[in-house]
Structures are given as structure tokens and as C-alpha cells.
Design a protein around this ligand. Structure first.
Ligand code: ZN
Length: 436
């Protein structure tokens, strides 16, 4: 079975529920760009895919960057001095702690504590997500309403964390195909309790990998579950040979909300992946947005840096920062839905199906049109459906000069990819066409 046949056999509603179950299990884990939270999340993924866990030691030079010390946290809280009650408790919600906070254990007045508190005045009931990876500090995040209610006086502050030489950890799965040319799927795995950004992307990629394990593959596939920015930089620095084999790729993020699909083109702008995703979204018949590359966003910035210039785009639903729940405690398990996750997986698999089957054919009967009826190819359905089928056959025959791909013909004819692909399979079966 190949990726095209696979599409017809899958129940994407059920798969969407499976992805949601993964997100629910992984949601409470405190992840960061390093540490045990990433390892525990990869262990969950290893139950469904044969993921390899890889690490780079703190201090490793990776291009212009250095792998940072490893961060782990046992506990963190703020109490009113002399009171047993935790006013802010990392164990209640891991977003309460500024991610990568250095250890602290002190009592201090409110005026000093306030310099370490982060809130969102415009969204006063939500906890913001804040990080400080490369400047050593500590801090807490809390709803603005709670911040405003803090009384004068002394507060006991504890961050029971470690920031020590260790490792940066990521998950990697390579599925060899007929050719070494590789399709890359990359999802960032460094966010703590945030569902759409990016347990949705991690879950969709893992589900896609699990499906592709089972099928015949023309391309090789590489899946990366990496911390954002420093993870892709580390992987690219340590795997330059593998990076050079990447022909097409997608960064997966924000795939569980109810927004329309957004595709951000690769740096190249007109690469085959850009055309394949554009076609899949158009053929799905839903509203969607196609946007140009910009050197800001997720790891497509690193894959698309000029030294690599890999054809890697970003396929998401509502893009990062454009939904009000983004990077807050409202990006939770209510924001993502199984049906959206399932439909996202379907689009990803449809992109794979296009990449796997897009090729150039040669018409073996190029002097005038062949007689389709003689070969049992004349559509037996009357009306519009039959006409469409006949047109698809004629387009493929007419354009197949050995140098024109199915995607080229789709773009010129306005027919769907699936219709032209079906026509090509029929014509090949009838001996009128061969793969160039
Ligand atoms: Zn984010």
C-alpha cells in the first residue's frame, strides 16, 4: 500500500481523537528547551512510533550558538511570609513559573517581588507564558487580577530548579524510501502546558509518522521533535549530510484550533512543497490563506537560512500570535478539538500523497490523439462527471512530454490533482503513458 491508497482507508475522526488523547496526556508536563519534560514527552511518543532519542551536551558549539545548561524544576511557589498557603503554585499550573528560572529561596517585600512578576493587563484572567533561556533570571507569571490583589508585606519565594551542565534532547525518526531524497517534518516540543502551540503539531506529526511507517515510500522521511530554534540549529549543525538530502519539508504547529489553514511558503517561494500544499488546500475546497515567507516565526527560519535554503514551509491553522489564547493559559485542551486535529492530519497526508506521486510522464502515442474508446478509456458515465474524466485524460495525454509534471498540468488545466493522477494511472495501465 502507498500513501495514496492509505488516504482512502483511514478514519480521520478516530485518528483525531487519538491525537487529542496524546495532547491530554502530555499537557501537564513542564517542558522547556532542555530537561526531563522533553524526555518524558518523547517517551509517550515512543509508544506509537519507533522514535530515536538523541542528545547534545551543554556547551556544544552549534554554528553561532551554544547548547545551554539543562533546566529541571521540582517545585516553585510564592507564599505570604508566615502563611502556609501557596498564593502562586507551579504545581497548580506550570505556566506560573518563568520558564528557565534560576533557583531562588528568599523572603522579600512586595516591591521587590513585583519586579519578577509577569501578567497580561489586557487579558487579566489568563496566565502568560514567558521564558528567559539566555539571560539568567527568575520570575513568576500570574493573572493580572491576582497581581493587583497582592497586599503589601513580605513574601516567601521558592524556585526549586536546577540549571546545570546536561543535555539538549530531541526525538528523531528516519524512514528510508526508494530514494535518499528526504521529506522533513519538524515540530517544536519545548512548550510547557500549551495545547495548540504545540502539542497539536507534535501529535499530528507523530500520527503522520505512524501511518508512513506502514506504507511503501518513494521518498525517505525524517521526523524531528525538537526544541524551537536551538533544537533546529543543533540538528542542522550536527547533521549536515542529512540536511543536504532534504528536498521538501513542513514545520507543523498550531493544528488543533478551528481556524482555516494557513500556509507560509518556503524561502524559495515556488518550491515543489509550496505548489503541493497550495494544490492540496485548493482541492479541499475550503477557505484558506497562502502567505509569503518571512524570516520570523518557527524553525522554517533555520531550515530556510541562506546556507541551507531548504524548501521547508509552515502549514498551520491560525498562525502563531494571531489568536487571543496564544502563549497564555487559555491555549489549553478546550482550544483544540479532535476533529480539527484529524482534518489537519488528513491535509498533511494529502501533501505526502502529492509529493509521492508527482512526476513527469511521456505520452507513448504522441502523434494526434489516441482512440480512448478502443482502449476502454472512454468515460462510461454520462454528463458532467464523464466530461471531466475525459478532459483529465486529454490534459495528461497532451501535456506529457517527459518534462511536464502532474503539478504543472494541474496548474495549467485547473483540474484537481486527484483527477489528473487518476487519469495518469489509467493511461499508464492502457500502455499510453510511461513515467519519464
Ligand atoms: Zn510558541
Amino acid at each position: 500500500m502507498d500513501a495514496v491508497d492509505l488516504l482512502d482507508t483511514l478514519d480521520f475522526e478516530r485518528l483525531g481523537r487519538d491525537i487529542y488523547d496524546f495532547a491530554r496526556e502530555a499537557y501537564p508536563i513542564c517542558r522547556s528547551i532542555t530537561g526531563d519534560g522533553v524526555r518524558r514527552t518523547l517517551e509517550i511518543l515512543q509508544r506509537t512510533i519507533p522514535l530515536e532519542v538523541r542528545e547534545a551536551a551543554s556547551g556544544t558549539q552549534v554554528f553561532d550558538w551554544v547548547v545551554p545548561p539543562e533546566w529541571n524544576v521540582r517545585d516553585a511557589w510564592i507564599k505570604k511570609a508566615g502563611s502556609g498557603e501557596r498564593l502562586i503554585d507551579f504545581r497548580a499550573h506550570n505556566l506560573h513559573l518563568l520558564n528557565y528560572s534560576k533557583p531562588v529561596r528568599r523572603t522579600m517585600p512586595l516591591a521587590e517581588l513585583e519586579q519578577h512578576l509577569f501578567s497580561l493587563p489586557d487579558q487579566p484572567d489568563l496566565i502568560p507564558y514567558r521564558t528567559s533561556y539566555y539571560q539568567e533570571r527568575w520570575g513568576f507569571c500570574l493573572p493580572h487580577r491576582q497581581l493587583e490583589s497582592l497586599e503589601e508585606g513580605d513574601y516567601e519565594v521558592v524556585v526549586d530548579s536546577t540549571l546545570e551542565p546536561g543535555h539538549l534532547t530531541w526525538g528523531e525518526l528516519f524512514l528510508p524510501g526508494e530514494v535518499e531524497d528526504t521529506v522533513l517534518f519538524s515540530a517544536h516540543i519545548c512548550h510547557p502546558s500549551l495545547a495548540n502551540d504545540n502539542l497539536s503539531g507534535v501529535g499530528v506529526c507523530a500520527a503522520l509518522a505512524a501511518r508512513l511507517v506502514e506504507v511503501e515510500r518513494r521518498y525517505s522521511y525524517r521526523f524531528l521533535f525538537i526544541p524551537g530554534t536551538i533544537g533546529s540549529i543543533t540538528w542542522l549543525a550536527l547533521n549536515r549530510d542529512a540536511a543536504e538530502k532534504v528536498r521538501h519539508g513542513l514545520v507543523a504547529a498550531n493544528l488543533g484550533d478551528g481556524g482555516v489553514f494557513h500556509y507560509k511558503r518556503s524561502r524559495r517561494g515556488d518550491a515543489e512543497i509550496d505548489r503541493a500544499v497550495t494544490r492540496v488546500l485548493a482541492d479541499a475546497g475550503e477557505r484558506h490563506e497562502i502567505e509569503d515567507f518571512e524570516p520570523y516565526g518557527y524553525d522554517e527560519r533555520q531550515y530556510g537560512s541562506p546556507g541551507f535554503d531548504l524548501a521547508v514551509g509552515l502549514l498551520s491553522r491560525t498562525p502563531w500570535s494571531r489568536y487571543p489564547e496564544y502563549h497564555t493559559s487559555a491555549d489549553n485542551l478546550e482550544l483544540i478539538r479532535p476533529e480539527h486535529l484529524g482534518a489537519s492530519l488528513e491535509r498533511y497526508l494529502q501533501v505526502v500523497a502529492v509529493l509521492e506521486t508527482n512526476r513527469c510522464y511521456r505520452n507513448l502515442n504522441p502523434y494526434c490523439e489516441p482512440r480512448l474508446g478502443e482502449r476502454g478509456l472512454y468515460p462510461t458515465i454520462g454528463g458532467d462527471a464523464g466530461k471531466e474524466e475525459q478532459l483529465a485524460l486529454l490534459w495528461v495525454l497532451n501535456q506529457s512530454d517527459g518534462e511536464t509534471s502532474l503539478l504543472d498540468i494541474v496548474e495549467r488545466s485547473g483540474k484537481s490533482y486527484a483527477a489528473l493522477r487518476r487519469a495518469a494511472v489509467k493511461l499508464e495501465g492502457a500502455g499510453l503513458l510511461e513515467a519519464a
